[in-house]
Write a protein that binds this ligand. Structure first.
Ligand SMILES: Nc1ncnc2c1ncn2[C@@H]1O[C@H](COP(=O)(O)OP(=O)(O)OP(=O)(O)O)[C@@H](O)[C@H]1O
Length: 281
């Protein structure tokens, strides 16, 4: 077991944001953490990253309490991509990816950087300055930097990724999630990825952990977790679930609206006669 979370709670601003969570993650597994805005996903990830204190319960990495790891060892075995990373200083894409590496000769880092830039489809951007990149390009650069940190680690690696595809187009989303799954299945990485895209999660995750108000609502295989009743209760989302013959579920929101009393709201400013939006002829 690479990551073991036992009855862990996190308090922020006097509130229990992560509430007695219990789960484990093995080397070779891709776990996607789902849940509505404010459910506690980023807080959980930050606690696992050591940024927030676990106020009750425990977290162990490779059998050793997280708090007992030294910074240098942790950096070789665990890499973290936060939800937002803004680069405002004039570094090139290649220089940013290189920031993930420890001090080492160029002959060692260069093949790693080239492989990662190719995998994340940023080779053509390598001489561009980061502040001029699009949101999705920046996100792929950051993911390359995070992977560079642990790319040649021999022991099993833990990747903690917070919405690492939120700015990507559909093709790059698929590419990144299929890379994450390959890293898990072929290289034995343990990947914990926070995401909002239910269908990406269903398609690629080995297991899902669905958070609701800081607690585990359910966890398990995608077809067990993504049920109509769970989506209604946790997200207030009305959706159909198709169980595809490929072996994973497909979530189809019924009409894109919240199931919770949406019809009873009135929208005076949006009445058709007030609309400034004209239909194209
Ligand atoms: N530093 C903090 N101090 C106090 N409250 C916080 C802090 N960080 C987050 N919270 C609160 O904790 C709750 C969970 O936040 P968190 O960012 O973990 O949610 P999330 O599930 O990642 O949401 P999202 O999908 O919007 O990213 C929210 O109500 C948030 O306001």
């Amino acid at each position: 077991m690479l990551l073991r979370v036992d009855n862990a709670s996190v308090r922020l601003g006097g509130r229990q944001i992560v509430d007695r969570l219990d789960f484990q993650l093995d080397a070779g597994e891709l776990l996607v953490v789902l849940g509505p805005n404010g459910a506690g996903k980023s807080t959980l990830l930050k606690a696992l990253a050591g940024e927030y204190k676990i106020h009750a319960g425990s977290v162990a990495l490779a059998g050793e309490a997280l708090k007992d790891w030294t910074g240098k060892c942790l950096a070789r075995q665990r890499a973290v991509m936060p939800q937002r990373v803004e680069v405002n200083f004039p570094l090139t894409v290649e220089e940013i990816v290189r920031l993930g590496r420890p001090p080492e000769p160029l002959s060692k880092s260069q093949p790693i950087l080239e492989e990662l830039m190719a995998l994340l489809d940023i080779t053509h951007l390598q001489r561009r300055l980061a502040p001029g990149l699009s949101g999705g390009e920046q996100q792929r650069v950051q993911l390359a930097r995070v992977l560079a940190q642990v790319w040649d680690t021999r022991k099993p690696v833990l990747l903690l990724l917070d919405e690492c595809t939120s700015a990507l187009d559909p093709a790059h989303q698929q590419q990144v999630f299929s890379l994450l799954r390959k890293l898990a299945w072929q290289r034995g990485f343990a990947v914990l990825a926070v995401a909002h895209d239910l269908n990406l999660a269903a398609r690629f995750a080995d297991r899902l952990l669905l958070l609701h108000k800081g607690q585990c609502y359910s966890s398990g295989e995608p077809s067990d977790v993504l049920t109509e009743s769970a989506l209604a209760e946790v997200y207030g989302l009305s959706a159909r679930i198709l169980n595809l013959e490929e072996g994973y579920p497909l979530v189809i929101p019924r009409d894109g609206r919240c199931a919770k009393d949406y019809d009873t709201l009135s929208w005076p400013g949006l009445a058709p006669q007030n609309s400034s939006c004209r239909q194209a002829s």
